[in-house]
Design a protein around this ligand. Structure first.
Ligand code: DUC
Ligand code: ZN
Ligand code: ZN
Ligand code: ZN
Length: 485
């Protein structure tokens, strides 16, 4: 049984061209003119894109005294309905440490997911056990470790712990990820605003100003430099954080930045709403910023100083948000976006001329696959790549509403946003998992874990460069450059 996608224009990160795609089994068998197969998928008038990869989700995650309401089943179905064919979700270690938690996440995902998936492991302390577990986690196909510089008293790690873990990442060929907000400062500001009688959602935004993020981003980058490891900053939301990333990249450090679709489009005026529910539904960390920060993030996507657009999909119902009535520090932090990321970025980025179609593919798929070391299995339309594909109709429109969404959440922070550009079909490893014309149901159990190997080449090259070049006076050129740099 083969499938041919006919009559479309393939849009890759590097070029756009008219061609058919022949799929055999899970993968792309051929690309070219006039291909034929057992089944034909009509792509006339459409683009064919590599499936979106959302590298930042929190499905069924215990957090702030509750658990995110989006399940692996609803979340991955929401994803494919919006053109996303892979999610990478954050595992939080429990009592038993990293490995039992990874088993728990893997079991839930295997049972429920409609699309492929991967995991990031969180490092929430530092010990002999964690040092040892990290190697076992890498052997399970997880090559990224998340560090929270915020959530003091819960998930937060201190600088010495982060340095220990970053150094371990360098040894293992893993990539550290960082939630960069100064957790001590956030805690102090929260107490200050509560003491001043600020208890509503606006207090959440006041207690996490851009300086809190800029300072922590810069600190994480410097610690990564000291440890000789690349670093990936999640949910980059402010010019202050972007500036730190830009400066480090300019200096030759391998640093990645990930704006969220929410921060690109929504701003902090939402927290001034007199409607408590409306404002609380939009409480996430970092909070939405004022518009000057949005301009900085868009500029970063265009110039390449920011590489990835994610969602941090961390979705709570209104009833869960209401746990924080009377005390903004208890409002569960998180918003959704998994279902709408692709259309929102297309409409507001490609549709306005701010980014090209090829840049769209880069930041929603190809760059992510490369950074996470799964390219070209994912993130590419090439013979041999997984047939994770989206037939994208640039003329189809909808208005985003909670009532119309696949997500199980009872609101949508993008309610009322009109988008033009939607999937006509979404394919996960060669199977149609979303058909806009006929409608589709979840296909739990279809998704598979995508093992992500360690990256010895990147870490070794970087460590070698550090060793040979760093001790030299800055104004003297090195006598020779190491091979591979
Ligand atoms: N921010 C959120 O809003 N939710 C999950 C964790 C985080 O960092
Ligand atoms: Zn975070
Ligand atoms: Zn502001
Ligand atoms: Zn997150």
């Amino acid at each position: 049984m083969s499938i041919v996608i006919k009559g479309g224009t393939i849009v890759a990160a590097d070029r756009s061209y008219a061609a058919d795609i022949l799929i055999e089994g899970d993968t792309i068998a051929a690309i070219g003119p006039n291909l034929s197969g057992d089944t034909v998928i009509d792509a006339e008038g459409a683009y064919v894109l590599p499936g979106g990869i959302d590298p930042h989700t929190h499905l069924e995650m215990p957090f702030m005294g509750t658990t995110t309401a989006e399940t692996w089943e609803s979340g991955t179905f929401a994803a494919v309905s919006g053109g996303t064919t892979m999610v990478v979700d954050f595992v939080i270690p429990g009592e038993g440490g990293m490995l039992p938690a990874l088993d728990l996440w893997a079991e839930r995902a295997a049972r429920q997911a409609s699309c492929d998936y991967g995991f990031h492991m969180s490092v929430t302390g530092w010990s002999e056990q964690i040092f040892g577990d990290m190697e076992k986690v890498v052997a399970r196909g997880v090559n990224t470790f998340k560090h929270f510089m915020a959530y003091k008293g819960a998930l937060m790690v201190n600088d010495d712990e982060m340095f220990g873990s970053f150094t371990r990442c360098a040894q293992l060929g893993a990539l550290p990820l960082v939630h960069a907000e100064n957790g001590d400062l956030v805690a102090a500001l929260q107490q200050k605003y509560l003491a001043d009688g600020v208890t509503g959602p606006e207090g959440h935004s006041y207690s996490r100003p851009p300086a809190v993020e800029g300072e922590a981003t810069n600190r994480a980058i410097m610690i990564a430099d000291a440890a000789g490891v690349p670093v990936y900053i999640v949910h980059t939301s402010s010019e202050e954080a972007h500036e730190a990333i830009r400066r480090a990249r300019q200096a030759g450090q391998r640093v990645y930045g990930e704006p969220l679709i929410q921060h690109l489009l929504l701003d902090d005026s939402v927290y001034a709403s007199p409607d408590w529910d409306f404002a609380a539904q939009r409480v996430m960390s970092p909070p939405f910023r004022d518009k000057r920060h949005q301009e900085s993030l868009w500029a970063g996507l265009v110039s390449g100083s920011l590489q990835v657009v994610a969602t941090d999909h961390c979705a709570f119902t209104l009833a869960q948000k209401q746990l924080g009535r009377g005390d903004f520090t208890r409002i569960p932090n998180g918003t959704g976006g998994l279902e709408d990321r692709m259309s929102l970025l297309w409409h507001n980025g490609v549709g306005t001329g701010r980014i090209t179609m090829n840049e769209f593919v880069a930041v929603t798929s190809t760059n992510i696959a490369q950074i996470l070391n799964i390219y070209p299995r994912k993130g590419a339309i090439l013979p041999g790549s997984d047939a994770d594909l989206v037939v994208w109709d640039p003329k189809a429109s909808k208005t985003i509403t909670a009532a119309g969404q696949k997500s199980v959440i009872d609101y949508n922070v993008f309610e009322g946003h009109k988008v033009t550009g939607l999937p006509r079909y979404t394919l996960s490893r060669g199977a149609v998992v979303w058909d806009a014309g006929r409608g589709s149901s979840p296909q739990p159990g279809r998704g598979q874990h995508v093992a992500r190997p360690a990256f010895p080449a990147v870490s070794r090259a970087y460590a070698t460069w550090k060793e040979l070049v760093a001790p030299r006076p800055v104004n003297r050129a090195p006598e020779h450059m190491p091979i591979g740099v």
